[in-house]
Design a protein around this ligand. Structure first.
Ligand SMILES: Cc1cc2nc3c(=O)[nH]c(=O)nc-3n(C[C@H](O)[C@H](O)[C@H](O)COP(=O)(O)O)c2cc1C
Length: 131
């Protein structure tokens, strides 16, 4: 069995998120010969992931001192064969919670390269009309 983890940087639930729906279509089209695909979706908006404090403790100890849901998400990432990262477009950029997620995980990755462990894909979702 191949495990796909979809991390969605929307403030909405997985059911409500356009980005999640887009990623679902993508996941439905992923086929790995002879393997059953198991996909798990996480909406960062439904997790308690606090803002990066910029303390850089993670670069020294390999661990973020903030005790919230990030560690649980990282553990799910370690178990995944493929990680799909998705964000809605917010003011021509990724959403703030998605960016904060990268801030929290990126420096830590230089010590403990969790985000490098699995192949990754990115999905960016915007509205159809320009604003
Ligand atoms: C604060 C905010 C800013 C947005 N900025 C843009 C933008 O710059 N360009 C765009 O095309 N859509 C923008 N959108 C629309 C979202 O990208 C669009 O509704 C998206 O499908 C929402 O995804 P979600 O349902 O996964 O949260 C913005 C939405 C919000 C809430």
């Amino acid at each position: 069995m191949k495990k796909i983890l979809v991390i969605v940087g929307s403030n909405k639930s997985i059911e409500q998120s356009n980005t999640a729906n887009l990623a679902k279509e993508l996941v439905q089209n992923i086929k790995v010969k002879g393997e059953v695909i198991n996909a798990e979706f996480i909406s960062l908006g439904e997790k308690n992931i606090q803002n990066c404090r910029g303390c850089l403790t993670c670069t020294k100890s390999g661990k973020c001192p903030i005790n919230d849901d990030l560690e649980k998400v990282k553990n799910r990432m370690k178990e995944a064969d493929l990680i799909i990262l998705g964000s809605p477009v917010h003011i021509s950029h990724v959403s703030s919670i998605y960016k904060n997620f990268l801030d929290r995980i990126f420096l830590n990755s230089t010590v403990n390269p969790v985000s490098m462990l699995s192949p990754q894909m990115a999905v960016v979702n915007k509205r159809q009309k320009s604003i």
